[in-house]
Design a protein around this ligand. Structure first.
Ligand SMILES: [Zn+2]
Length: 72
């Protein structure tokens, strides 16, 4: 389930380039170095909102502040 993407930018219809990056770093739960962190931006209602998620393969820990009502 390794999923690492570098420099994967999304071009919005308006021409805005949004950040979207994933990298491997320490898990806040178990300290494993194999957790996948992702930081990205989403344009909604004319504003750019930053989000993050963390997924750990070692202990199964997952956390995110992503709560887009239009996507759920
Ligand atoms: Zn972990």
């Amino acid at each position: 389930m390794a999923e690492i993407v570098y420099g994967n930018a999304t071009i919005e219809p308006g021409g805005m380039e949004l950040d979207d990056e994933s990298y491997q770093d320490e898990c806040p739960e178990c300290g494993s170095e194999t957790a996948i962190w992702r930081h990205w931006q989403s344009a909604a209602g004319g504003s750019i909102n930053p989000y993050y998620s963390c997924k750990c393969k070692a202990c199964g820990h997952y956390e995110t502040d992503w709560a887009n009502p239009w996507e759920m």
